[in-house]
Design a protein around this ligand. Structure first.
Ligand code: NAD
Length: 252
């Protein structure tokens, strides 16, 4: 018993990759899950995988940049499952990978709006609902790009540094109210996001793996385990932390 059983979790970006693996892990550990994503087919597939394993989940089509959609996702957790205990604000995009001077305004605005705005809008809706029931736990997906620089990814890197800042601010503001807020910082994880860039440039994947001390990509389930731990009672005194899960990438 670590508090995850019988909880209610809202997970964005849960139609794929890290979000889907985390939705499945929350459900396997006993939480009811609201699967929120812009991709309806993937979201329904996540729900059906959870139900197939005996878990409880509902899909809500959600664009994390749309405040009304985000409010609807939070309301769905309350109306369907009676409250909101955990939120994993995880939806994100890599954006265009081009040099700094070639980054267009459109890419800048889109990456910042989804990766950083999406986390801000979500927390603004989630926090009051959690406080009403005495607290909860939020995890936001940043990245090792939230503490390190990477070439050709300046909007992504800026957005993920911003997620770390939002996380720390909310953690300090609500620590005395029973609400913990942490960030998970994945390294290079084997999801469709990474598979897309490796298809574009297969050589770059070999170089990337060579730079990872663990000598392999991470699995989405390894991020899910960290997120569920951060939300559990086992992490009851952990808040405001950027937790890297990266096979040693960021510490060499
Ligand atoms: P993914 O592409 O497999 O999944 C991302 C999900 O986000 C998709 O289901 C997509 O539909 C959803 N999404 C995109 N825009 C959305 C929007 N506007 N509203 C709602 N949903 C939207 O990628 P992933 O690797 O699972 O990435 C999940 C998160 O992890 C992202 O925030 C990403 O930046 C972060 N991350 C990934 C890695 C990695 O190596 N895979 C590393 C560090 C951080």
């Amino acid at each position: 018993m670590n508090g995850i059983e019988d909880g209610v979790a809202l997970i964005s970006g849960a139609s794929s990759g890290i979000g889907r693996a985390t939705a499945k892990r929350f459900a396997a550990d006993g939480s009811s899950v609201v699967v929120a994503d812009i991709d309806a087919d993937g979201g329904e597939e996540t729900v059906s995988q959870i139900e197939g394993e005996g878990g409880e989940a509902t899909f809500v089509e959600t664009d994390v940049t749309d405040e009304d959609d985000v409010a609807t996702a939070v309301e769905t957790a309350v109306d369907t499952y009676g409250g909101l205990d955990f939120a994993f604000n995880n939806a994100g995009i890599e954006g265009e990978q081009v040099s700094f001077a070639d980054q267009g305004n459109e890419n800048w605005e889109r990456v910042l709006d989804i990766n950083l705005g999406g986390v801000f809008y979500a927390m603004r809706e989630e926090i009051p609902v959690m406080l009403e029931s005495g607290g909860g736990a939020i995890v936001n997906t940043a990245s090792i790009a939230g503490i390190l620089g990477f070439p050709n990814l300046s909007p992504y890197v800026a957005s993920k540094h911003g997620v770390v800042g939002l996380t720390r601010s909310a953690a300090v503001e609500f620590s005395a109210d029973g609400l913990r807020v942490n960030a998970v910082l994945p390294g290079v994880i084997d999801t469709p996001m990474v598979q897309r860039s490796s298809e574009e440039d297969p050589d770059s994947m070999e170089q990337t793996i060579a730079a990872i001390p663990a000598d392999r990509l991470g699995e989405p389930e390894e991020i899910a385990a960290a997120v569920v731990w951060l939300c559990s009672d086992d992490a009851s005194y952990v808040t405001g932390q950027p937790l890297t899960v990266d096979g040693g990438y960021s510490v060499q």
